[in-house]
Every structure is written in C-alpha cells, then in structure tokens.
Design a protein around this ligand. Structure first.
Ligand SMILES: Nc1ncnc2c1ncn2[C@@H]1O[C@H](COP(=O)(O)OP(=O)(O)O)[C@@H](O)[C@H]1O
Ligand SMILES: [Mg+2]
Length: 252
C-alpha cells in the first residue's frame, strides 16, 4: 500500500487528538438560519457520514465549516485553535479543504495542470495521486471537462489531497455517478483518513455505502440533528435512519 503522506504523529501509542470541533453551530444564508445546534467533534483519522434528505442543510454546513459562508452562531476550531468567521482563505490555509458537489475543476485545463495548480508545498506528489487513482494515469493530458463523471470526481479528490488537508469535506461525491463507481471511490476516502489522519466529513446519498466507510454518522433533517451514532450500529438499524429521514418537526 502506498504511504500517502508521512504520518503526522510518530508516536502510535498516543491518543488521537481532536482535529475539527464545531460547538453550538448555526448556519444559514444571510438572515435565514437553516441548521442550528450543530455539535461535531472529529478526531484524527475519523470519517463522519453527514446524512439527511435534500434541503436539510448539509451543503450549507460544509460551506460554513470551510468559511465560504459566515456562520450565524457558534465556534469552529481546527486543532484546538478557533477559526475566524467567514474566512475561507484562512480555513483553507489551516487545512480545511472542501470538495464541492459541482467538483469545481478548471474544465479547460488538463488533469495534470489541475493537480499541479492545487498542490501545496510539501503536499503529496502527482505520482502518489496516480497510485491512488490509477484511472487518471492515462488522462493526464486530457482537459478536465472531457473526463467522465467518475474521473472528474477522482480529479476533484486528487486536487483536494495535494493540499494536504487536515479536514476534508466532501459534498455528494456520487452526484451523477453510477453506484459501481461510488463503491470504488468510497473505500479510497477511508484509506485517506487512515493513512493521512485527516478527518473527513462525507455528505452522501448512498447511505449504506457511506456507513460502510464511516466511523460515525449524523442525520440532519430540517436543520437539526435527528440521529447520530457509530456508523456500524446505524448500518444494522436502517429503520432508525429511515424514521429520522421521514421525521418532521411536529413529531420530535
Ligand atoms: N444560496 C442560498 N440562499 C438562500 N437559501 C439557500 C441557498 N442555498 C440553499 N438554501 C436553502 O438552505 C436550505 C438548506 O440547503 P442545503 O444546505 O443546500 O441542503 P442539502 O445540502 O442538505 O440538500 C434549503 O432550504 C435551501 O433552499
Ligand atoms: Mg447539498
């Protein structure tokens, strides 16, 4: 197995420290709050599946953690240090990297150029990305816009990884992709967390597949957390997830 990056902590016996911490977070658009009372705490190498129906506030939450949207209330800290509100460049510099659902590629640039532009000093090399996503190896000179959906998603992930994320936020990577491609891509997310110790917040509509790679899961419905727990436990109790998806404010 390729070692994606040197491990951040040589001492394997040390307890894993908290990387991303959200306290009392409320998120929204302008004056409209769409989700509130969000509490998230992820330790090194943890994958959180952020589940919930359309319109629940998942994208708004990811964009807020990335600093793209100002938060309405609460605190976000990375590695124990608070992030200023609504400062995407600061959040990114500190190691928060968002893979948006539209993938945000430079469609007229080649695969190689897309990766080189994103790569951070000391970030993983192009070659490591090609080991992780072998399908990109023969596509280096192809414009990103000419790739298949699956290849575009791999490129979006590679672009994120060469920034050496401490917190990787992935919004609906499977949008428009065949389930078989998602089945191949999600284990890579697990591997990234295991090997780099980055934390991952994974927004995913394929609930079962997401639970297979995640450590914890949170179900967001109408802007509040309706259910949370260890991913393996929730995977064995799908009816609880389905009930949460179907729950409405009146019943909670
Ligand atoms: N740019 C925006 N301006 C105003 N409201 C928005 C905007 N984007 C999303 N919303 C609203 O915020 C709520 C949550 O949306 P979103 O975070 O996209 O949900 P999800 O990603 O879970 O489907 C929805 O009611 C949506 O209509
Ligand atoms: Mg969304």
């Amino acid at each position: 197995m390729v070692d994606l990056m040197e491990t951040r902590h040589g001492d394997k016996g040390s307890p894993r420290s908290t990387v991303l911490d959200c306290r009392g977070l409320a998120v929204g658009h302008g004056p409209t709050v769409v989700a509130r009372d969000i509490e998230l705490s992820l330790r090194e190498g943890e994958v959180l599946a952020l589940l919930g129906p359309n319109g629940a506030g998942k994208t708004t939450l990811l964009n807020t953690i990335a600093g793209i949207l100002p938060r309405c209330a609460g605190e976000i800290s990375l590695g124990g240090t608070a992030l200023h509100n609504g400062r995407p460049a600061e959040a990114n510099k500190r190691g928060i990297v968002l893979v948006p659902d539209d993938r945000a590629l430079f469609t007229r640039l080649t695969v190689r150029e897309n990766i080189q532009i994103a790569r951070r000093k000391n970030g993983p090399q192009l070659e490591q990305m090609l080991d992780l996503f072998p399908a990109l190896r023969n596509r280096l000179k192809v414009a990103a816009g000419a790739l298949s959906g699956g290849e575009q998603q791999m490129l979006a992930m590679a672009r994120a990884l060469v920034q050496k994320p401490r917190a990787l936020l992935i919004d609906e990577m499977s949008m428009g992709l065949a389930p078989v491609i998602v089945e191949n891509l999600l284990p890579v997310v697990r591997r990234i967390a295991d090997e780099t110790h980055a934390v991952v917040v994974l927004v995913e509509q394929h609930v079962q597949l997401a639970l297979e790679v995640a450590d914890e899961a949170v179900v967001l419905v109408h802007g509040s957390v309706r259910l949370r727990g260890p991913a393996d436990e929730l995977a064995r109790n799908r009816e609880r997830i389905e009930a949460a998806y179907l729950s409405s404010d009146e019943f909670v």
